[in-house]
Each structure stands twice: as C-alpha cells, then as structure tokens.
Design a protein around this ligand. Sequence first.
Ligand SMILES: Cc1cc2nc3c(=O)[nH]c(=O)nc-3n(C[C@H](O)[C@H](O)[C@H](O)COP(=O)(O)OP(=O)(O)OC[C@H]3O[C@@H](n4cnc5c(N)ncnc54)[C@H](O)[C@@H]3O)c2cc1C
Length: 460
Amino acid sequence: MKLSANVLSELKRIVGAEGVLTSQTDLASYSYDGSCRWQSIPEAVVFARSADQISGVMKLAHDNYVPVTMRGAGTCISGGPIPVHGGIVLCTTRMDKILEIDKENLTVHVEAGVVLHDLNMELAKHRLFFPPDPQSFLAATIGGCVSEGAGGPYAVKYGVFKHYILGMRVVLADGTVLDLGGNTMKNVTGYDLPQLICGSEGTLCAIASVKLRLLPKPRASQTIMAAFKDITDAGRAVHSIGSGGVIPAKIELVDNWLIQRINDLGLVELPSDAEAVLIFELDGAEETIAKEAEMVIHLCKQAGSEFIRPAKDAKDAANLWMARRAAFSTIYGAAPTALAEDVVVPTSQIPTFIEKIKEIRSRYDLTIVIIGHAGDGNLHPTVLTDKNNAEHYSRAQKAVQDIFQTAIDLGGAISGEHGIGLEKRLFLRRAMQPEVILLLKQIKQAFDPRGILNPGKIWE
Ligand SMILES: Cc1cc2nc3c(=O)[nH]c(=O)nc-3n(C[C@H](O)[C@H](O)[C@H](O)COP(=O)(O)OP(=O)(O)OC[C@H]3O[C@@H](n4cnc5c(N)ncnc54)[C@H](O)[C@@H]3O)c2cc1C
C-alpha cells in the first residue's frame, strides 16, 4: 500500500519531522532484521518519543487501515520486525530513559527503547542486577526483548524476561493507552496480561514502558571451561550437573566448528581437538562457589572430560564469555545463508538431541554448527547454506524441518527464545493443536480487530 500525503503529514505532526524517515536508503535500512534472511520495504519509518506519540501514530494507522510493525534494535533473527505488508515501521529506540530505579523494592521502570546493556551498566552502580541476558545485549532493547520473551545463558538459574515483568504501559492498535500489572511480585488481579504480551512478537500492542524486578548483584562468580572429545558426553555432563543438585548460573555449549572460530579470535585458547566445550559460570557466596566448582569438575570428569580449566581471574573469565558471544556472530559471516535455529528440549534429552542432530547432518551432508544455552535445553543448531543455491538450500530446509520435528518428538518446543516470526509460522500447525491456534487468533482479534499490528507473522 502507499501512504497518502495526508497520513505522512499527520505522522510528522505527531512525532515531529525529524521523527519520520521516507528516503529509499532509510527505508531499505529498516527492511531487514538481524538474520538478513528476509526483506520488505516499509513506506515510512517513525520514531516515537512517548506513549502519547505511539498512541497518536496508532490511532492514525487504525483509522486508515495502515499496517504498523514495531521495531527496537532490529536484532531479531526470526523476521519479527520486518514489515511484510509495508506501511509504518514504528521504532521505540528513542524512548531510552531509565525512569526509576527503586532500590528499596528492587524494581526498575524503563522505557521500551532502553538498551539492555545500558540498563545493566546503570544497575551495577547500585550493586543491582537484571539477569536475562540475550547475547545481543549490547544492542537489543527492552521492548524487543519483552516482545520476544528473550533469555540467555543466565536462564539456567535466573529464568528469562517473563520471570521479571511486574507491569507495563502499552498502546493498543486503536491508540488506547493501558497500564497493566503493577509494582508487586505477586499480583492475581484478573488475567495476567503482561505475561500474555511477553512473547507476542509485536502482534498484540506496542510496549511503551516496562516495570521489571531486580536482584542484588551476586557477590562472586567463577567461570570454568571443560573440553570433551565427544559432544554427546558434553550433553550428558549438562544433565548430570543439574540432576546432581548444582544449578550453575550459566552452562553454554560450543562445538568444534566454533572452537576453531574462538581460537581464531585470539581472546582465549580452547583445545582445538575437542568436539565440544562447556563453559560454566557459578555465582553467589565464595564458599558455596568453591564447593559447587568441585562438584562441576567432578561431574564433568565423570562424563568424560579430560581437560578442565577454571578461569584464572576476572579478565580471563570475561574473555571466555566474550569469545562465546563473538563466536555466534561469526556464524553469520561463514556462509551466504545461516539458518540459526532455536529449539529447546528437556535437559534429560540433550544427549539424544545432539545425537539426532549429528544424524541429520550426515543425512543431508551439511555443516550444522551446534551452539546453545545447553543448561536449559535450548540449542541453536545452525545450518550453513546458500539461499541462491536451490539444491543446497532445499537440503538445508529439510534438515531444519527434521530438527524441529525431533525437538517436538523429544518433548521440546520449536522456539526457546527467538520466537516464531516469519521463520516458523508454517511449522506452527505441527507444534500446536488447531484449537489452540484458533484461540490465539481470537486473542489477536480482541486486541487488534483490524489486523494492523505486525501482520503476516506467527500464524499468517
Ligand atoms: C548475535 C545475536 C545473538 C542473539 N542472542 C540471543 C539470545 O541469546 N537470546 C535471545 O533470546 N535472543 C537472542 N537474539 C535475538 C534478538 O537479539 C532478541 O530477540 C532481542 O530480544 C530482540 O530485541 P530488539 O530490540 O532487537 O527487537 P527487534 O528485533 O527490533 O524486534 C523484535 C520483535 O519485537 C517487536 N517489538 C520491538 N519493540 C517493540 C515494542 N516497543 N513494542 C511491541 N513490540 C516490539 C518487533 O515487532 C519484533 O517482532 C540474538 C540475536 C543476534 C543477532
């Protein structure tokens, strides 16, 4: 659709002329997400600075049946912020104020555009801590993270975004501004709408601000690296540590392909002949950490690890974690197309799941990199391919379908944290009962009767 001159001038009136982009170069910049797998050009990119401005834009779009796709930093890798039906891309990145840190009640109120890393830098000054840590935290915004139900390595011990949401200010598709939830840890006043909105991928409403629960910063931490000759043994170690009664703050797994990339980066040296490395972080009181570290080392040895190295100091630990993050990004430069999947299984099924991924890799003769937040069963098997090579891409897509089906067969889910977006909508029918999909569509209809919010996603 083409936005009328009248709608464009109204947009400029609502957010100011500097808040509306329409040049072809600017529009192209907002036509992708972090995966670069899909592209669709919007008619206008609009930056709101307040809930009132979001409301004005929504009301205008609603009256004129214009699609609105919400956007934070655009680091999504399932196609969420791509405006597949054109219209307006509405960005909340300029709503970047930390409104209040309540040190007495351990809460923070933030605008949707606050970058996660900026929040944690500010909280650290008060010895406070917001644990959910998607590995895109240097750019990802609170609005995007809440919408995707994001999580990261800390999920093993501390959970994901949904476990920290107390309340939020949202704007409905018709411009109505609502305050949902509240300030307290417990709150059973009607249906829990903030939890419904968390993970709704911008299809139900715009998030203007969020009230989040905080924790005191742990007093100490210890990072440990354990190398395995057999990646399935690494999977076994993950499960035995959890069932052995130790809950590390993080357990990340990288396979040999990534070990080589990490060594190339030169930040740390991992055993290059290992099939997999697990990186653990333990945190809490020093005495407890020492005991838990002994247990982790013992259980890793029992599972077959012959090389275990605790980080020497804080810098060594920081380098290991930075290398883990950077290694994931290198996947995107390693092939013309990287299908970075996001599947989750019960932790007891990790060894079987890894075995099955290896079988799928051989069946389709592909490179499938295995990386993941193994401690909570969430793996990112990544298929390296080229969407312009029809034969190769078709094998890659079959492999991805098999990976999804295997996760479901093992009692898992087709997304742990990246969402359905454009990527998995065709698979949703296999992952959910038809009656459940119908109910989800009815909820969508109640929030957004004209279907203007992020159309073309999840089930469409
Ligand atoms: C290198 C890399 C590593 C990653 N690692 C992780 C990881 O460890 N864990 C993880 O969970 N994810 C990870 N991701 C995926 C991504 O970073 C997260 O989903 C993140 O939460 C997206 O935040 P964003 O601000 O970039 O949102 P965007 O990409 O801009 O948008 C994401 C979705 O949220 C909606 N949205 C954005 N802002 C709003 C708003 N204000 N109101 C309503 N809807 C909104 C959009 O419409 C879209 O559907 C990674 C991505 C990359 C590129």
